[in-house]
Every structure is written in structure tokens, then in C-alpha cells.
Design a protein around this ligand. Sequence first.
Ligand code: PCD
Ligand SMILES: [Cu+]
Length: 807
Amino acid sequence: MSDAATMTLEEREATLGGVGTARKRKEDVRFIQGAGNYVDDVKLPGMVFGDFVRSPYAHARIKSINAEAALAVPGVKAVLTAADLKPLNLHYMPTLAGDVQAVLAEEKVLFQNQEVAFVIAEDRYIASDAAELVEVDYEELPPIVDAFKAMDEGAICLREDIQGKTEGAHGARRHDNHIFTWEIGDKEGADKALADGEVTVKELVTYQRVHPSPLETCASIASMDKIKGELTLYGTFQAPHVVRTVASLLSGIPEHKIRVIAPDIGGGFGNKVGVYPGYVCSIVASIVLGVPVKWVEDRIENLSSTAFARDYHMTGELAATKDGKITGLKCHVLADHGAFDACADPTKWPAGFFNICTGSYDIPVAHVSVDGVYTNKAPGGVAYRCSFRVTEAAYMIERMMDVLAQKLEMDPAELRLKNFVQPAQFPYNSALGWEYDSGDYPTAMNQMMQAVDYAGLRREQAEQREKVARGDSRTLMGIGVSFFTEIVGAGPSRNCDILGVAMFDSCEIRVHPTGSAIARLGTKSQGQAHETTYAQILATEIGIPSEDIGIEEGDTDTAPYGLGTYGSRSTPVAGAAAARVGRKIRAKAQKIAAHLLEVAEGDLEWEIDRFKVKGLPEKEATMKEIAWAAYNNLPEGMEPGLEAVDYYDPPNMTYPFGAYLCVADIDVDTGETSIRRFYALDDCGTRINPMVIEGQVHGGLTEAFGIAMGQEIAYDELGNVQGASLMDYFLPTAVETPVWETDFTVTPSPHHPIGAKGVGESPNVGGVPAFSNAVIDAFSHLGVKHMPMPHTAWRVWQQCHELGLTK
Ligand code: PCD
Ligand SMILES: [Cu+]
């Protein structure tokens, strides 16, 4: 008899470490010892290094490039320019949004720090010194920095490469700087609701340009083996298989001869989804030179040239009855995409899932239109911790809810409660086309209001306002309420693909004879703890302790095809594949158990880690015994081994939600905001690992705090980027970050095999409006409707000053 046989059920559950366990992060053993393996740790024999020559101008014509001096530097191997890439048809590359992006600028540069030439040398320092010696003769052109002026009559055409093209990837273009117009909903209906509304509000809500700024910048190493015709590409890729497919399509190298490896990644946050010139240049350089070529961005390059996020100018309109029932919503978005449309969204969704902007409310009619324009700024448009423009949508609706509450003289929490989609309405079809899978908003909201003593906080705020009015205090108190609905888990193949590849995901597992296992998935952790949590899902399904299940991702030679990790899709999609692959294993295991125990399959029942014969509990076969038997004692005719693979095409997205509250104290003399309290209730359905979830929520809230209170990639009128270093770009540390109170409810997803929804992005989606609403709420009694983010001390002080509050 094994040890396991003498253990209690609870002990066996604990040994299993399955779904619901606060298991410690397995990967941290190597991370906290500095033993992670990141791209820059990879050193290949004969490897050389590439560095970019970048444009100092936002908009200029390139008259000539002279690389002679650079090439004369000892150790320099080559200098690539557009002229070298053009014959290979690689001077432009396709973007995920159906546009093309210059790999190296050809005739014009379109944003500051755009890639102009690629210098390859024996080491990074030589490459970087030589890059300074490349002489580029520019003729400056007037830049377009203000998105609102991009489509002015007579505005200079930025993209001469597509000048006069009247059709883009997403329909008609009506101006040289117009990319697309995307519309959804019932325009007439929404117009009518606004015209008939007893109360209406309208506000321009801008979500500033920000950048994910992961700890590790973007990097790649290309290694072309000319004899075998094989390309190995290491890189910081959130979606390695997609990179392989794109690399094959671009280079003509057959896909089986390309191996993409994403080793450990030091944070992605959307920044590592797209394809960057650095990847293409390192590949071309390796093909040309026949040695491995490494490219690693520095912080300034990362902040100023690889994918930004947001830059959405959203004009929201709400109509409501006098007692606060919302009757319609309209929203127009002016989307600043920079010089190329390199937005990382599922192909059919040029504005991502922005149409989740009816939020958590039962709004009968709505209409959204989005105009994308070109400006002289860096390209991108990535999620940055929100599934495809969802944080923008949540910010718009949650700000508008406060604006409406103020006009109605109604409490913001009460207005929300009054308009929630009710539990009985799920699955709920929103006016803008989504089917929300499950939710219980009133319960979450009430739990939040009780936990923070919402009524008490409002009383305190009223007293504090009086004190300030009397001159007894210089501190304004703001309460920010936010209730969000996310949409994650892209996605169903009927409406989600990337460059034609459906957005399914996968899991493959091999159970070894001694009862341990290895599972591989098509996603790629960047710090999310997939090695820990996928093993938990599998443990519960197949009865093998999570400790004994290895998880691998990121090597396209071994992992099954998958679309990668972003948009909080790993749990909803690959997590579902993991559960289903486990069920396939268990189904085979049951047949083997029946054979071992000499009973019919139907006479068996599953218990944690074994099959038992119904009514004869002492007759059992543990998973460990079954695994052994799979290799030597099988039923007649059964294929040996215990392996399975599952590709999962989700029937729907998952819709996590949450109720957040922020209390802020604002010093009117300095504009300094201090976050006194932040409470976050998240509902992500079945919780796989509560400790990992808490870590995800802390991380997401910290990023939300960064965005709301300080982050901005601004440009001056010449198109000089103002936020290109951590001196200028706010990255909160433990010192500035408030203390987080977390809480939860559990409303499982009805269509996910284990009822789980994503959670990684939620805290950003719900957090940003909570902070912003708190700051603005501090001024709402003084008639302030909106204040633009980020709410830096300077800006807040200006608001105080305008209101005559400063001394
Ligand atoms: N219910 C549930 C859910 C979830 N979970 C967990 O949690 C996590 C997460 O998840 P999800 O939500 O599914 O997600 P994913 O897909 O995995 O991931 C993604 C995300 O994630 C987040 N988080 C993080 N963390 C870290 N550390 N790092 C990083 O980088 C990051 N990022 C960020 C982002 S940004 Mo985008 O990309 O923008 O789109 S998206 C994103 C994992 O581990 C899982 O398992 C649990 O437990 N439970
Ligand atoms: Cu987004």
C-alpha cells in the first residue's frame, strides 16, 4: 500500500495543490536568485550586435545617408539602410492592423527616433559609437502633432507611400492622414435618445498616450544557419507562434525551418505583441553576415519607438431620465495612431473591443464611431494591461457616469446601482453587440460599499468640504467609484483572428510512466506565473500533484500552435484547453483503471487522484498506478502511452467585473494627491490561485495608479518626445504606491470548462477610472466636471489655482 492510501481526503487534496490553492509561484525560485534566462542572457558563438541610427526629427525628408565613417570603425561589420532592404522587399513590413510600417526609413522619417539605419558590430558599444558616425542629411518638414488637426484641409500628407489611396484595411479613407472610420451600433436610435433625453451630458474625455515600459525592454537574436537553411529567432515575444508565421511569410523561409524561442520575459504588458524593425533587421543582418545578430533596446528606445498605448480622444454623451435611468449613449473617438497603424488588435477590430463601452449598465441604445488618424508620433496602440481598448472604454463610461451623476445631483454609486445589468439578464446582449456571459453586479457593488462604509465616507467628505470652506483645512477629499466589466479571452474564431489565424489556443500533455508529466501550451508567460497555475488546472483534472507537472511555453519547436499571451486570454483560452486535455487523459485513465480493477468503466468513480470501484471503496487505482500501466499493462488493443493535445476555440469571451473605490486627499496648496485608501473587489469566476490573483491585482492597480497619476508620453509642438526616459516618465515604485485592499466575489463563466475568467488586466481597467474619479470628485462640489489625466501635482494645483483655492 502506498503512503497516499493512508492519507485523509484533505491531505490528498493538499498534496495535489490544484485549483483554488494559494500555491507559491514556482518560477520565482529562479527569478529571485537572479537565475532567469532572458534574451540578453543568451550568448551564441560568433554573435554580433546591432544598434539603430534614429531620426532626431519628427518629420523630415532624408536627402542622403553616408555610412563611410561608421564602416571605417574597427569592429563594424555592416550598416543596413532602406536601400539594402528594398531589393529584398523588406523595407516595409506588414503591421497587425493591416497597414505597413517602415523597417528602415526610406525617403522620409515620420517620428522622432524612427529607425533609419542598422549598424552591426562586434559588440554593442562599437555598434552604438559607430551609429553616431552615420551621417544623415535631413530636410525638416512641418510635423503634425495635434491629432485634431491631422485631417484639416490642406494638412500636409504624412504617408507619401500610400498617398492618394482611398481604401485602407478598414474601409474608405477620406484624407491623406485618415486611416479608418469604424462604426457600430444604432446611430439614429442613439441620436433620438439624446435628442429626447430629459437630462443629457457631453464631455471630451482624453486618455493620454502612455507606454507599458516593461522592466525588460524588447530584444531579439537571429541566428541563420545557411547550410541547413534554418533560422532560429530568440526574442521577447508575447506570441511566439505568430512571430514564426509572420517571419516565414516575410522571408520566404519555410515555416518548419524557423524556430522561435521566447525565453523568460521580464514583463510584457502588451509591449511585446507586435513586430518591430529590430526583429526584422536582426534577421536580415544574420542572413547577410551568416552569424547570430543580437538587438536589445535601451530604455529611451523602448519608450520612444516601440508600441505606445491609448491616445484616445473620446467624446461621450449620455441621455437619462430625471430620476437617473440611462436611455442612450453616444461616443466619438479620435484615435491618434502615430505614423503607422501598428495597433495590436484582432484583425477585424480596428478599435479593439472599444464597443464594450456601455460598461456594466443596461443601456437600451448606443452608437460608437472611431476615426483613426496619422500623426508624427511613434506607432503602436497596444493593450497595456487591458484587452484591446477596453481600459479606454471603461474610462470613458465610468467618467461619464460621474459627469451624469453630478448633473443629476445624484450619488455616483446610486446612479450605477440604478442602471446595472441585473443578474437575471445574463447572458446579456449589449446594445453594441456583445453577449456578456455572467455577472452579479449589485452584489459586488453592495459588498464594496459595505466594506468601505461608503455612506460614512460621504459624510466625512461633506464635513471635510465644510472645513475647507470655513478655512479650517487645506485638504480636499475625493471618493472615486468605479464599476467595470472587462471582455477577455480573444477569442472565438467566428470574430477573432490575427492575420487570418483564428485565435484558438492549445495544450499538449505527456504523462510519464512514473506518474509525473510535462505540459506545453501555445501561450507565453511574461511574469504571470503560468508554470504555477496551469499545473494547478491540470492537477485537479488528472489527479497528479501540481508539483509533478512541468509547464513549458515559448518554444515553437515543442509547444503546440497558439496565439500567445495578451488580452488576459491565457486563462479563458489556453486554460480551457488545459482543462480539456486533462479530461482526455482522465478518460483514457478510466479505461486503464477498469482494466486493472477488472470492472466496467461505468463502475468507477473519480476521487481526487484515483478511480474507485463504486460500492467497493477499497478497490482503487491511483493515477500513479494508472500512469505506469499505460506503459506496460493496457487493455487489449489500446494504444500505449498517456498523452493528449487539445485545441480550444472558445464559444465566447469571458466578462470579469469588479467594484473599486479610491479615497484621495488633495493638498490645495501643492496639488499633491495622496491615496488614503484603495479597495478592489474582483470577480474573475473560478479562482485558480488566489495568491497569484492577488499579485496580478496589485500589479494592475500599480500600473493604473501610474497612468492616472503621472504617466504620459507627450510631444512638444515640433514632435519632440517628452516622456522618453524614466526621468520624465513616471514609473511608480513601492515608495509612491498606496496600500491595496483586495476582495472578491465568484460568478463562474458558464461556458469555460472550469468557470474561470481572466483577471490580469482587470485592475488596470477598473483602477484608472477609480483614481481619476477620486481626484475629480474632490472638486465636483465646486462645479468641476472633468480634469484631464494624468493628475500630476502641477495639473491639480493649476485646477486649485483656477478655482481660487490657492493662497
Ligand atoms: N480566474 C483566474 C484567472 C487568472 N488566474 C491567474 O492569473 C494570471 C493571469 O491570468 P489571465 O488573466 O488569464 O492573463 P494572462 O493571459 O495569463 O496574462 C496576460 C495579462 O497579464 C497581466 N499580468 C502581468 N503580470 C506580470 N507579472 N507581467 C506581465 O507582463 C503582465 N502582463 C499583464 C497583461 S498586459 Mo496585455 O499584454 O496589455 O494585452 S494581457 C496581460 C495567470 O497566472 C492565471 O493563472 C487565476 O489564478 N484565476
Ligand atoms: Cu487596451
